[in-house]
Design a binder for this molecule. Structure first.
Ligand code: SAH
Length: 467
């Protein structure tokens, strides 16, 4: 078991009003279940002169890990909702949950008390900060806190090892309790940049809701948002934009950004664009004029193909009707000139079934799709494409699992997207592709896509099959 303890004290008179604001009776010890941890709330001191509430979090590390494991189950909803929490995030979540009514700063029967400012002291016994004591001060001081941080050496026998990541933090301020609770719930997880927990669109809302007033003027606003949103840059950008009051009304764009953990991971290097460019270039090299993009998704490649008059006939196929709808929108299909419309066709179908419509094309592209297929359907996929449709050229891309180490926000063994059924190392992909090549009599060539790492290779791997 691990423990984290946070106390809040006041000398407001009568000090026991703290219990009233927190809706937790000073005479009782209460417990709450917070994502597998047990939160205890009790009052070590409760007099008219001074009142201290303690939040003691008892964390079962095994349970935390078990919950983390569930993320691989696959369904997006589960992935988004079942977040594994790092210690700091957990403390913040517990604070938010246990004292949720106090955080809103509203009280029906004693509104004047909820709006009162009062002297408050917060003590956190062991708070991990990967920016050391300095970051703790930088986060809290601009909000008016007096901050005292006590850091211990990691091991007093080895001073050269430096300080522990854990700090005792004493904060004091005269403010509304609701503001202090809000600051804590946002800033505590921001201190611990190394802990990964999934953030989705709702996290942006939560952050803006909690931090809207004070966050927009905080000198470390960017860092707080980035860390709170765990380096999910697309989300951070969105949050910053909304905070700065710019209109942000494209719901489609929002879904796209919030939806895809993979896209956020890969966005910093705009891997997707590099991938699309590499494919178009290869299609030119092999002289393909008619192209079938299989598993076309929302039509990012189709958009480039239609804009390039070299390609005379294009087909986009996907098993998801929703994806096809998005493709249509992206291409402005409905308002396309007739001549353009005749160049492109969007069809509903599955790659794992033989399909006559796929015969007779110069090239087929299967971009970031195979990892979405169950491994036992891969044989059917090969039969349908290489055995039946038989285009002159097939381009397949898939993530390079070796490269995942570079994504610091991915846990070991974790996949880039919740719907991926597997991610292959370069060796595994090469082996699979060689088998296809000899069985179906195609030549195969491998190409890296994206910025290459000396040892781990490129983020995306591409195989180009030709006959
Ligand atoms: N090629 C696109 C989309 C990749 S996402 C891009 O690179 O942007 C994977 C896509 O494969 C999804 O749109 C999904 O609906 C589609 N897909 C998954 N299984 C499929 C199948 N059996 N047949 C056709 N498409 C499939």
């Amino acid at each position: 078991m691990g423990y984290m303890i946070l106390t809040i004290s006041t000398t407001y008179r009568p000090a026991t009003d703290l219990g009233y604001l927190l809706r937790k009776n000073p005479d009782r010890h209460q417990t709450f279940d917070v994502f597998g941890a047990t939160a205890h709330v009790f009052y070590p001191v409760a007099t008219d002169e001074r009142c201290t509430v303690a939040l003691l979090l008892e964390v079962d590390p095994i349970d935390l890990v078990r919950r983390r494991g569930q993320r691989h189950a696959g369904i997006v909803n589960q992935y988004v909702n079942d977040r594994p929490y790092g210690a700091n995030s957990l403390l913040s979540v517990a604070l938010g949950k246990v004292f949720s009514s106090a955080r809103t700063g509203k009280s029906l029967d004693r509104p004047e008390l909820a709006a009162s400012i009062m002297p408050l002291e917060v003590t956190i016994a062991a708070l991990p900060s990967d920016g050391g004591a300095e970051l703790i001060c930088q986060l809290f001081e601009p909000l008016g806190y007096i901050v005292e941080v006590t850091s211990e050496l990691l091991d007093s026998a080895f001073p050269q090892w430096g300080e522990s990541r854990y700090h005792r933090v004493d904060l004091s301020i005269t403010a509304q309790l609701s503001d202090v609770l809000t600051h804590l719930t946002v800033l505590i997880p921001s201190l611990d940049g190394s802990k990964h927990y999934w953030v989705g669109d709702d996290e942006v809302d939560k952050l803006l809701h909690r931090g809207g007033d004070w966050l927009s003027t905080h000198p470390l606003k960017d860092l707080i948002m980035r860390r709170y949103l765990m380096d999910q840059r697309a989300l951070t950008r969105e949050a910053l934009r909304r905070l700065s009051g710019e209109d942000y009304s494209d719901p489609d764009e929002r879904t796209r950004q919030g939806d895809s953990a993979e896209a956020s991971l890969e966005r910093p290097m705009s891997l997707n664009e590099q991938r699309m460019q590499a494919i178009v270039k290869t299609l030119h090299e092999v002289g393909a004029k008619t192209v079938a993009d299989l598993g076309c998704g929302e039509g990012k490649l189709l958009e480039l193909l239609i804009a390039d008059s070299h390609f005379t006939k294009i087909i986009g196929m996907d098993v998801s009707l929703h994806a096809l709808e998005r493709s249509k929108k992206r291409l402005y299909y409905e308002s396309m000139a007739q001549r353009q419309q005749e160049r492109i066709q969007l069809i509903h179908g599955s790659l794992t079934y033989r399909d006559k419509r796929l015969s007779g094309w110069d090239a087929a592209t299967v971009i970031e799709v195979i990892e979405h297929l169950d491994p036992d359907r891969l044989i059917a996929f090969c039969d349908s494409i290489f055995g039946h449709a038989q285009p002159s050229c097939v381009i397949i891309t898939t993530p390079n699992a070796d490269y995942n180490e570079v994504f610091t926000s991915l846990n070991k063994g974790e996949l880039r997207h919740p719907d991926h059924r597997f991610e292959w190392s370069r060796h595994e992909f090469a082996e699979w592709a060689q088998q296809i090549s000899s069985h179906y009599k195609y030549r195969v060539q491998f190409r890296p896509v994206g910025d290459e790492h000396l040892e781990l290779g490129s983020p995306t791997q591409m195989a180009v099959f030709s006959r």
